[in-house]
Design a protein around this ligand. Structure first.
Ligand code: HEC
Ligand code: HEC
Length: 325
C-alpha cells in the first residue's frame, strides 16, 4: 500500500519500526518561530471576539488537551453552540476541518469561529481595526511581511493562527514509541494496553480510525448499524453532518471520523457531547458503528490502549494518567 510505503520511508532505516494501521505523529512542519509566536498571541486573545470576552483558547484549552470539557461550547454573551468542541492538537494532520469536514484547510476554518454569532461573533473588518490599533501586533506583522503594504489582513491573520495550530502536533507518545520499536522500560506498553490495541484492530475500529491522527482521513455515517438519531430524538442541523454541505441523502449523519489521538484528555465525546466517558464512547461505537456485543473486559482494554495515544507538547499541562475521566 502506498501509504504504508510512505510511512516506512519517513521512518527511515529504523529496523524495528512496525507496519501498523496507525503511524507515529510526525513533527510539526517547519515554520518561522516568530509567526508561531504571533499565532499563539492571536489564538489566546479575547479581543478578537466582538465583546472582548472569548478567545480561540476559551474553547480549546491548550493546557488541558485542546478542547473545553463541555457538552457543547459557549461563546460570547453565554450563547450555547450546537456541537462539541474537538481538540486543536494534531489538527494539522486532518484531511478536513470540523465534524462534517466543511472546510479543507486550517486557514479556511478560521472564518467559522471569528464570525459565528454563538462563538466570537465578530467581523473581519473590526478584527483588523483592533489589531492595527495595537502597536505590538503591528510591529510583529510588519516584521513577518516586510514588503507588504497591508501587513495585517484577513490572510496574514489566518496564516499566523494556522501556523500556530500546525505547531500543535503531539509527538513521542507512549504508543508511538512502541510503534518505533523503542524498549524504554519507563514508557513501554503494558500487556493490557497491547491487548487493547489488538482488540481495536480485531473489532475493526482501525478500519475507520487510522493513520497518524488515528482518524481524520475519511467520512463515515454515524449509526451505520442501529439508528442512533432515532433513538436519541430531537435531530438538529448539526446532527445531519455532511448532508448540510452536499444535500445528498447518502451523506445524512455522515461525519469525519474523529482523531482519537487526544481522547484520553477530552471528555465528553461524540459530536453532540452525549458520551460522558471514554468508555461510554466505546460502548456507542460497538452499538452504532459495529453492531457487535463485546465483554466489558475487552472494552476496558481498548480504553487502556486509547490512553496511550496522546503525545507530548510544551503547552500541555496534563498527562493521560492525570487528565480528566
Ligand atoms: C465558542 C467556542 C469556540 C471558539 C471561540 C473557537 N472554537 Fe474552534 N471549535 C469549536 C467547536 C464547537 C468546533 C466544532 C465545530 C463544528 O464541527 O461544526 C470547533 C472546531 C475547530 C477546529 C476543527 C478541528 C477538527 O477536528 O475538525 C479547529 C482547527 C478550531 N476549531 C480552531 C479554532 C480557532 C483557530 C479558533 C479561533 C479563531 C477557534 N477554534 C475558536 C469551538 C470554538
Ligand atoms: C464505520 C466507522 C467507524 C468504526 C468502525 C468505529 N468508529 Fe469510532 N467513530 C466514527 C465516527 C464517524 C465517529 C464520530 C461520531 C459522532 O460523534 O457523530 C466516531 C467517534 C469515536 C469516538 C469519540 C471521539 C470523540 O472525540 O468524540 C471514539 C472514542 C471512538 N470513535 C472509538 C472507536 C472504537 C474504540 C471503535 C471500535 C470499537 C470505533 N470507534 C469504531 C467512526 C467509526
Amino acid at each position: 500500500m502506498l501509504l504504508s510505503a510512505m510511512g516506512a520511508g519517513l521512518l527511515g532505516s529504523h529496523a524495528a519500526a512496525r507496519a501498523e494501521p496507525i503511524n507515529p505523529v510526525p513533527p510539526s512542519p517547519p515554520e518561522d518561530p516568530a509567526r508561531i509566536a504571533l499565532g499563539r498571541a492571536l489564538f489566546t486573545d479575547p479581543n478578537l471576539s466582538r465583546d472582548g470576552t472569548i478567545a480561540c483558547a476559551s474553547c480549546h484549552l491548550l493546557a488541558e488537551g485542546g478542547a473545553d470539557g463541555r457538552q457543547v461550547s459557549i461563546g460570547i454573551e453565554g450563547k450555547k453552540g450546537d456541537i462539541n468542541s474537538p481538540t486543536v492538537y494534531n489538527a494539522g494532520l486532518l484531511n478536513s476541518q470540523f465534524w462534517n469536514g466543511r472546510k479543507k484547510t486550517l486557514e479556511e476554518q478560521i472564518d467559522g469561529p471569528i464570525q459565528n454569532p454563538a462563538e466570537m461573533g465578530n467581523e473581519w473588518g473590526e478584527v483588523l481595526i483592533r489589531l492595527y490599533d495595537n502597536p505590538e501586533y503591528t510591529k510583529q506583522f510588519q516584521a513577518l511581511e516586510p514588503d507588504s503594504d497591508e501587513p495585517i489582513s484577513r490572510n496574514t491573520v489566518k496564516r499566523a493562527i494556522a501556523a500556530f495550530v500546525r505547531s500543535l502536533n503531539t509527538t513521542n507518545g507512549r504508543f508511538d514509541r512502541w510503534l518505533k520499536g523503542e524498549e524504554d522500560p519507563d514508557t513501554k506498553l503494558t500487556e493490557r494496553e497491547l491487548e487493547g490495541y489488538r482488540l481495536f484492530k480485531h473489532y475493526g475500529c482501525s478500519s475507520c480510525h487510522q493513520g497518524a491522527a488515528v482518524g481524520g482521513n475519511m467520512f463515515q455515517v454515524f449509526g451505520v448499524i442501529n439508528n442512533y438519531f432515532i433513538r436519541r430524538g430531537n435531530i438538529t442541523d448539526a446532527d445531519r453532518g455532511r448532508f448540510m454541505l452536499t444535500g445528498n441523502i447518502e451523506d445524512m449523519h455522515s461525519f469525519k471520523v474523529p482523531s482519537l489521538r487526544m481522547v484520553a484528555l477530552t471528555p465528553p465525546y461524540l459530536h453532540d457531547g452525549t458520551a460522558k466517558t471514554l468508555r461510554d464512547a466505546v460502548d456507542a461505537m460497538f452499538t452504532f458503528q459495529l453492531g457487535l456485543e463485546a465483554p466489558d473486559d475487552h472494552k476496558d482494554a481498548i480504553v487502556a490502549f486509547l490512553r496511550t495515544l496522546p503525545g507530548e507538547h510544551p503547552e500541555l499541562e496534563v498527562s493521560p494518567e492525570t487528565g480528566a475521566n
